[in-house]
Design a protein around this ligand. Structure first.
Ligand SMILES: NC(=O)c1ccc[n+]([C@@H]2O[C@H](COP(=O)([O-])OP(=O)(O)OC[C@H]3O[C@@H](n4cnc5c(N)ncnc54)[C@H](O)[C@@H]3O)[C@@H](O)[C@H]2O)c1
Ligand SMILES: [Zn+2]
Length: 405
């Protein structure tokens, strides 16, 4: 038996934020990030819609990018004090993910972060509050997923919390919120969405319900991401739906080792002054992982189907895999994303000498590979790498060398 879970309600289209008026309850806490929602007026609108619904409203502001365990604990304490029956998380993946973890801690005050990270081990939620997610970036699709990614900065590791319990009750996919994204954010979140759809399509947990969502998302992202990046607002709007469809696919089909590697490299060099941003990490690693996975005949066939849906040509599956890899690399070029860690600057743009020094990368590679192999996303990858293969893959992602093993 396999489970397929999505939010109970999804409101989409311009102005969908207004659906907040339909929530029923006494107290709502709004969780937001660093200020973009306030700056563009969306936070004020949300507050007034919730007040119109008769609710008392409190804000939990300032959730940082790649949220920490500490922020989760602070947010849960604020919830414990205010006792909301609705948690409304607004913004990109970071504030929504943080709010999901706060929700668990609010419902179960004695739960530890380690307990939360036990895959599909979250106890029943919704005894105190329901959850509404309003996404402002077009990538993570956390508004519809069963995941939350929290960073343990002491260990320099991102941990996925995974359980259908944290799939939101209500998702609001209002493209007006995505229109204010700066270009770099469009690029990174868009390639994150492409990676979600491709990994979901070749995952060992894919099924008839997830396949159409993944393929449809891939075709849309192929057509829409680059024009959206270059300022086409109609395409920006439809990309907001496409990333959400990709999220519906991967929340149920799970992901693969592109994400395992992105989770475990993202914060691993924070002591050298930057993160490898989630979407950029995925964009760099995806072509390498496709070459690795395509050694598995089942995965090769499915990459071939993806290439066909994208209209890339190719006379056989080997050619189709090559064309898919080069198309994705061309997308990275168009989106100003480097091809490898060696050329990844602290500002995320391509540069001759990236912020991760070679000797530091090589000194940490064995630990990172070990962590990536045990990441929750590895189990559903179509080819399970050994520690040695994972190290080789990471090296290919550092130097941009060909993967032929
Ligand atoms: N839960 C999941 O299923 C899932 C999936 C993939 C990634 N993630 C996680 O999500 C996080 C990344 O989320 P993200 O890529 O959405 O970015 P983010 O939430 O970290 O936001 C990045 C920056 O963009 C700003 N911003 C957000 N929306 C904006 C808008 N509309 N206009 C202008 N500025 C805006 C924010 O203020 C912030 O400074 C990472 O921690 C990643 O690991 C989660
Ligand atoms: Zn992702």
């Amino acid at each position: 038996m396999t489970r397929f879970t999505l939010p109970r309600d999804l409101y989409h289209g311009k102005g969908a934020l207004e659906a907040l008026k339909t929530l029923e309850g006494k107290r709502a806490i709004i969780c937001v990030g660093g200020g973009s929602m306030k700056r563009f007026g969306f936070l004020d609108k949300a507050v007034s819609y919730l007040k119109e619904a008769g609710m008392e409203v409190e804000l939990f502001e300032g959730i940082e990018s790649d949220p920490s365990v500490d922020t989760v604990m602070r947010g849960a304490a604020a919830m414990e004090k205010f006792q909301p029956d609705w948690i409304v998380a607004m913004g990109g993946g970071s504030p929504i993910d943080a709010a999901k973890a706060m929700w668990i801690k609010y419902e179960y005050p004695s739960i530890t972060f380690e307990d939360m990270c036990k895959v599909f081990g979250i106890p029943k939620l919704r005894r105190k509050a329901h959850f509404c997610a309003v996404s402002s970036t077009s990538g993570t699709a956390t508004e519809v997923t069963a995941f939350s990614i929290i960073t343990d900065y002491e260990k320099g590791i991102k941990y996925p919390i995974a359980d259908f319990e944290i799939t939101p009750d209500v998702a609001i996919v209002d493209p007006e919120l995505a229109e204010t994204m700066p270009k770099k954010l469009v690029a990174h979140t868009g390639m994150d969405a492409m990676t979600h759809a491709i990994e979901a399509y070749v995952s060992t947990a894919h099924c008839d319900y997830t396949d159409p969502l993944a393929l449809f998302a891939i075709m849309h992202i192929q057509k829409e991401l680059i024009p959206s990046y270059n300022g086409d607002m109609e395409k920006r709007d439809t990309m907001h739906n496409a990333q959400c469809l990709a999220g519906m696919a991967f929340s149920n089909a799970l992901l693969g080792i592109v994400h395992s590697m992105a989770h475990k490299t993202g914060a691993a060099f924070a002591d050298y002054g930057a993160h490898i941003i989630h979407g950029a990490a995925n964009a760099m690693y995806l072509p390498k992982v496709i070459a690795f996975n395509a050694k598995n005949p089942g995965a090769k066939l499915r990459y071939g189907i993806i290439a066909d849906y994208m209209g890339l040509g190719g006379a056989n599956d080997d050619e189709k895999v090559k064309l898919l890899i080069s198309y994705l690399r061309h997308m990275n070029d168009e989106l100003n994303i480097p091809h490898c860690i060696q050329h990844y600057g602290a500002d995320s743009y391509p540069t001759e000498k990236g912020f991760v020094p070679e000797d530091v990368f090589l000194a940490r590679i064995s630990e990172i590979a070990k962590n990536a192999c045990s990441d929750a996303c590895t189990a559903s990858n179509p080819r399970i790498p050994t520690q040695e293969e994972m190290e080789q893959l990471l090296k290919a992602c550092y130097y941009d060398t060909e993967v032929d093993f």
